[in-house]
Design a protein around this ligand. Structure first.
Ligand code: ZN
Length: 248
């Protein structure tokens, strides 16, 4: 048996039989792990309410290193992010970010840089005047960290450097096409220059922190949404469940 202690966020929970629940944690030092918590005792336990997303926890789990399931030893709240739980407009953004982290991480593969990014972005969500832009920023940074960033610098088909006016995007190919290749590829759409300039800037930056460029205009925001939604849906094979809540 070994103890694993780390800062962590809950990604989601689900029932296990009549008495237990599984808490899926994203632990800074150990990556995504599943821990069993006794549900039957939960109502009497002050920690029962800790097992929900969008709170920074200090979690201790234990188990054998070779097992896929651990047991929860103890948990404390380090940071409650209260406004995220009290305001629906922030909550839905936070849950969307949580789901993206959930699908983007693999079990027991530490991803401390993704943890730091997620934590920083939740802070930024409390302060940003434009949560939509923050989500686009987060998507780009997560895709970049995973090596799934859309190809926006060279033609995804012939690898030629793109001119400024070339903005035909193929989700299936995962990037932009030059003017020569674009007509031969089906199911493409055009992304405006302002949105592409913003996306390139975010992908090229090193810091995890938020907007580096002036806020894009309304059309560019729509372009960014369309580009990233199409790209991520293709990469993941489906739409994130919480995406629908963002449209409410
Ligand atoms: Zn080309």
């Amino acid at each position: 048996m070994a103890l694993y202690r780390s800062h962590a966020f809950v990604l989601h929970t689900y029932k296990l039989g009549e008495t237990d629940q599984i808490v899926v944690l994203f632990m800074r030092d150990f990556g995504k792990i599943r821990a069993v918590v006794r549900r039957s005792q939960s109502p009497r336990r002050p920690t029962a309410g800790y097992y929900q997303p969008l709170m920074l926890l200090d979690a201790i789990v234990y188990g054998r290193p070779s097992q896929t399931l651990y047991r929860m030893h103890s948990v404390d709240i380090v940071q409650a992010f209260r406004p995220l739980h009290e305001e629906f407009s922030l909550l839905r953004c936070g849950l969307y970010m949580t789901e993206l982290i959930d699908v983007a991480t693999h079990e027991r593969e530490p991803a401390p840089e993704l943890f730091t990014l997620f934590h920083a972005m939740l802070h930024a969500l409390l302060e940003t005047p434009c949560s939509t832009l923050l989500l686009r920023h987060f998507e780009l940074r997560v895709l970049g960290a995973l090596g799934y960033a859309p190809q926006l610098v060279a033609c995804v088909q012939c690898a030629r450097d793109l001119h400024e006016h070339e903005g035909t995007f193929s989700a299936r190919l995962g990037g932009l096409l030059c003017a020569t290749c674009a007509p031969s590829v089906r199911q493409t759409f055009v992304v405006g220059h302002e949105a592409l300039a913003y996306a390139r800037l975010v992908l090229a930056a090193d810091e995890t922190n938020v907007p580096l460029a002036p806020s894009p205009g309304a059309t560019a925001m729509q372009d960014l949404d369309r580009l990233l939604h199409a790209h991520m849906t293709f990469c993941l094979g489906r739409e994130l469940k919480s995406y629908a809540f963002l449209q409410l």
